[in-house]
Ligand binder design. Structure first.
Ligand SMILES: Cc1ncc(COP(=O)(O)O)c(C=O)c1O
Length: 307
């Protein structure tokens, strides 16, 4: 998806012009994928712009950094404030937010420990990740022939830049075969997640999603949807799933900051349920979008006002 340039990028404490937000080609992260990042959204609400689950995202950024012994030279509070400052500086009412912490320029070789740590926050307007139409009609998915990174090779608990080359392989395979997205299995053959989304299945009114032990990302939207679904009276279970659970589901959908709640209408050329957004998906998606707009008082604390 193309990036829409805006005015300023936050770099190591300063707001710099979009065109000046550059790094050296010999930066450590360019060669070894030694960075950690987040994807966050800011939504427009009746009370002004607000960042969705800001604290959770910043906490996950710090957990990812800890795993790689990356010492972030800012506090969580300072980074949360910097996110809001960057949105204000760009005068955006709704946007995608990309904080990135990476090993910078100065050291070469795999040992990253002496390389400097840089922090950037970029924001830009970003629509529906899998397309506007997909939110209603759903996407076509392929179970990838590429397995998800094993937990003891590259830990799913970290949202690290280098780890995404695994998803890149799966995404390319799916796109070249004419699908919209890929879902990866773990080494045991259980479902993990999409290349940028968690997966839910609806079977006889019960919601099922793989446990984080499967190797999926501990998605913040996944947790949000589990809360919303339980509040709506649905039973939600974290269970290992195999590919046929997707083929035979009544409904299936993706969750993610970028993808929000996107129905899955087909998996490996098998139509899922009625082949369109099912009634449970529709109810949950509707509640999710209403919550992001600040329309549900019960979920107001999930929104951090930008002003
Ligand atoms: C591999 C993967 N799975 C799941 C997700 C969904 O996570 P979240 O809801 O926190 O955005 C993402 C996106 O961050 C992801 O990259």
């Amino acid at each position: 998806m193309p990036i829409t340039p805006v005015g300023k990028v936050w770099m190591d404490g300063d707001l710099v012009d979009w065109g000046d937000a550059k790094v050296h080609v010999l930066s450590h992260a360019m060669h070894y994928g030694s960075g950690v990042f987040e994807g966050i959204r800011c939504y427009e609400t009746a009370r002004g712009s607000a960042v969705w689950h800001l604290d959770e995202h910043i906490r996950r950024l710090f957990r990812s950094a800890k795993l790689y012994h990356l010492d972030i030279p800012f506090s969580a509070e300072a980074l949360s404030e910097a996110v809001k400052e960057t949105i204000r500086a760009n005068e955006l009412s709704a946007c995608y937010i990309r904080p990135l912490v990476f090993r910078g320029y100065g050291e070469m070789g795999v040992n990253p420990l002496s390389a400097p740590v840089n922090v950037v926050i970029a924001v830009w307007p970003w629509g529906a990740y899998l397309g506007e139409q997909a939110l209603e009609q759903g996407v076509r998915v392929k179970i990838s022939s590429w397995r998800r990174n094993d937990q003891n090779a590259l830990p799913a608990a970290a949202k690290a830049t280098g780890q995404y080359i695994n998803g890149v392989l799966a995404k390319i395979e799916a796109i070249k075969a004419g699908y919209d997205e890929a879902i990866m299995l773990n080494q045991m053959g259980f479902i993990t997640d999409g290349t940028g989304e968690n997966v839910f299945v609806v079977r006889q009114g019960v919601l099922l999603t793989p446990p984080t032990q499967s190797g999926c990302l501990d998605g913040i939207t996944r947790a949000t949807i589990m809360s919303i679904a339980r509040d709506l009276g649905y039973e939600v279970r974290e269970e290992n799933l195999v590919r046929t659970d997707l083929y035979n589901a009544d409904e299936a959908f993706f969750t993610g900051t970028a993808a929000e709640v996107t129905p899955v209408r087909e998996v490996d050329d098998r139509v899922v349920g009625e082949g369109t957004r099912g009634p449970v998906t529709k109810e949950i998606q509707g509640t999710f979008f209403a919550a992001t707009k600040g329309e549900i008082e019960q979920y107001a604390s999930w929104l951090a006002p930008v002003q």
